[in-house]
Design a binder for this molecule. Structure first.
Ligand SMILES: [Cu+2]
Length: 73
């Protein structure tokens, strides 16, 4: 299991938090998504043998937001 922090762009209300956290039920291998609206950040716990960081970013993009890995920023 890996824990990764992403910066999230595009959130403008707390409903966006629910929207992004809903991704954890859609993608196999994601254990949890914890979104912090104030910090515009999310912490994702996932099984790296089932899902990649790119797939997570893509799912967030499809939801209408942009997730950037903190270590790439
Ligand atoms: Cu919103």
């Amino acid at each position: 299991m890996t824990t990764q922090t992403f910066d999230v762009a595009g959130m403008n209300c707390t409903a966006c938090v629910m929207h992004i956290e809903g991704i954890e039920d859609e993608i196999q291998g994601i254990e949890s998504i914890d979104v912090n609206f104030k910090k515009q950040r999310m912490v994702v716990e996932y099984d790296e043998s089932k899902v990649t960081e790119e797939e997570i970013s893509r799912a967030v993009k499809l939801a209408g937001y942009t997730a950037t890995n903190r270590k790439d920023a």
